[in-house]
Write a protein that binds this ligand. Structure first.
Ligand SMILES: Cc1cc2nc3c(=O)[nH]c(=O)nc-3n(C[C@H](O)[C@H](O)[C@H](O)COP(=O)(O)O)c2cc1C
Length: 234
């Protein structure tokens, strides 16, 4: 049995009374999940909609608690880190992580960034050692597969595309992926939402098909036993 962790981050719901308002990224991610669950009904599934239920922003007290040795933390500091501990436990438990994200102002939503800020944490998801020279940070998790599903109103954010220099969503997620322990990463992008034309319809259809196909492929190739931090458990 393995674990799929699914994080949605659009502030829009997947289904609304007016379907024009439906989140595209959530619906594409849902197609991945439906296929995965059909093929692997025995797997664990963890879901968070950080768009609708955003994690707290980190604070000065949060940083103070993180940098206080674990055995010296006050009850208040432990409480301050409880959400971060829980979110990190969910990432640690996952073999496959699916993140869906809209593009807001050329990057990720603040709600998704808040989730990452709770998770990328010293001595939990990375360690820090100046003896490593210019690269003191080292990720601590490994062995996971990450799938990102994005939706944007404009288009051409890919390498060599019309708006490559403005595309900060996928590059940022790629940079952060190592702190989630992702060794493999797949990207599915839907574009042109603001144009509402055939290019948009084709882009959504292609992204949806790719999500289903990738879920089928990964549900076969992912081992039945979990691979947690490089150690296989059956
Ligand atoms: C607050 C906000 C900011 C946006 N900023 C951008 C942007 O910078 N670039 C872009 O291409 N689309 C932008 N869009 C369009 C969204 O990326 C697009 O509507 C996308 O489909 C949203 O994802 P969702 O359908 O999953 O909610 C923005 C939309 C909103 C609501």
């Amino acid at each position: 049995m393995s674990t799929l962790l699914h994080i949605d981050s659009s502030v829009r719901a997947a289904n609304n009374a007016n379907s024009d308002q439906n989140s595209i990224s959530k619906n594409i991610a849902l197609r991945f999940v439906d296929t995965w669950k059909r093929n692997r009904p025995e797997d664990d599934y963890i879901y968070r909609d950080v768009g609708m239920n955003p994690p707290d922003f980190i604070t000065q007290d949060w940083i103070g608690a993180v940098f206080t040795p674990e055995n010296k933390r006050t009850p208040a500091q432990k409480e301050r880190l409880a959400l971060s501990d829980k979110l990190i436990d969910e990432v640690s438990a996952a073999d496959v992580i699916l993140i869906s994200s809209p593009m807001y102002n050329y990057g990720m939503p603040a709600q998704l960034k808040a989730w990452f800020d709770q998770i990328v944490r010293v001595n939990k998801t990375f360690d820090f050692d100046l003896s490593r020279g210019d690269f003191p940070l080292q990720p601590m998790l490994s062995g996971k597969t990450l799938i990102i599903v994005t939706s944007s109103g404009e288009f051409g954010f890919e390498k060599g595309g019309l708006r490559e220099v403005s595309g900060h969503l996928a590059p940022h997620l790629r940079t952060l992926s190592k702190y989630l322990g992702a060794d493999k990463m797949y990207e599915i992008a839907s574009e042109y939402q603001e144009f509402g034309d055939d290019r948009h319809r084709l882009s959504v259809a292609n992204a949806t098909n790719r999500a289903e196909k990738l879920a089928s492929e990964l549900s076969i190739s992912t081992p039945a036993g979990s691979v947690k931090n490089g150690i296989a458990t059956m």
